[in-house]
Design a protein around this ligand. Structure first.
Ligand code: AHG
Ligand code: MN
Ligand code: MN
Length: 335
């Protein structure tokens, strides 16, 4: 049995010039995962965690107490490190530049959706944490700038998520494939359980909020009908599965084969999901597992971000299924 700690150290040895900063950051994220795991598991027992916080985030979305708790946990864990230069989160309007006196040589910035699927927390349904790591582009030793955060996804150094499901798992990539670690709460360690995850090239699952059907672009409507049609050769009709938590929906589809779609809609002209905190890290993982991620027309990882909280339509999962949606989007783009 190999622990996450052992795995990270072993991988660092593959890069003789690595100074161990990324190793340290991943260890902090592991700690954050344990803290959030602990608190989520007590959610039904304490009023400090479930329910609305009575506030809204920068995008006007209701913040749950756990959104804020997860955000603060993440921020504190990273601030304690000298190798992190800056931090941006879905739950905070501006990025944070960490103290340049302490982190004199810090070269990484971290972006996070600290709690994904937060509307599921009060009803005991799986939620997640997503993270994304870049090397800064501004000079080391100066405060980070917006430019450090607005990098296209293909520049990510590492990305991953934690899914707090029937068991808690941490899944991440540093650009050499995707590995998954399952948490053993009695030992307090993550153990390598899913080595070199490969997403099936095609699958039977489609995940989309079909209640919004009438608001979707024609290409998506046609694709949904395609999923529902009977055709033995292509294993249709597909199965519809939608948890309403990107991390959990993506995780299932990655292991079983499938596609997750959050398209643009008349009430969400650019989709609902955020490019920097959700789209890019999940796209990096998808590609590293042999899958694909698109906005319906373009590769997610090629998009040049223009704003911290920018939204993006997301089509992600099994390669052939994502390609199929691109065909539909293209074909019906004028309607
Ligand atoms: P968050 O909780 O971080 O705001 O993200 C929720 C996202 C995503 O995880 C989920 O798939 C989607 O919103 C669900 O949205 P709908 O309820 O509109 O389907
Ligand atoms: Mn989210
Ligand atoms: Mn969130």
């Amino acid at each position: 049995m190999k622990t996450l700690g052992e795995f990270i150290v072993e991988k660092q040895a593959d890069y003789p010039n690595a100074k161990g900063e990324l190793t340290g950051i991943l260890s902090s994220i592991r700690l954050v995962a344990k803290v959030i795991h602990r608190d989520i598991n007590k959610a039904g027992l304490t009023n400090n965690i479930i329910g609305n916080a009575g506030s809204e985030n920068v995008q006007g979305e209701t913040q749950m107490k756990l959104d804020i708790f997860a955000h603060e946990t993440f921020k504190k864990a990273l601030m304690a490190r000298e190798d992190v230069a800056g931090f941006a989160s879905e739950e905070e309007e501006n990025f944070i530049a960490f103290d340049t006196q302490r982190g004199r040589n810090a070269k990484y910035v971290i972006l996070t959706d600290p709690l994904d699927g937060s509307s599921n927390i009060d009803v005991n349904v799986a939620v997640g944490t997503i993270f994304s790591i870049y090397r800064r582009v501004s000079p080391i030793g100066t405060p980070v700038t917006l430019e450090d955060f607005l990098q296209p996804g293909h520049r990510q150094v590492a990305a991953g998520y934690v899914v707090y499901g029937s068991s808690t798992m941490l899944v991440y990539t540093t650009g050499n494939g995707v590995n998954g670690f399952t948490y053993d709460p009695s030992l307090g360690v993550f153990c390598l359980s899913h080595e070199n995850i490969q997403i099936p090239q095609t699958g039977k699952i489609y995940s989309i909020n079909e209640g919004q059907y009438l608001k979707f672009p024609m290409g998506v409507k046609k694709y949904i009908k395609y999923c529902q049609e009977e055709d033995k050769a292509t294993n249709r009709p597909y199965t519809s599965r939608y948890i309403g938590s990107l991390v959990s929906d993506f995780h299932r589809n990655m292991l079983k084969g499938g596609i997750y779609i959050y398209p643009s809609a008349t009430n969400y002209p650019n989709g609902k999901l955020r490019l920097l905190y959700e789209g890019n890290p999940m796209a990096f993982l998808a590609e590293q597992a042999g899958g694909l991620a698109s906005d319906g027309f373009r590769r997610i990882l090629d998009i040049q971000p223009t704003e911290l909280h920018q939204r993006i339509p997301l089509f992600i999962g099994s390669k052939q299924m994502v390609e199929k949606t691109q065909d539909f989007m293209q074909q019906f783009s004028g309607e």
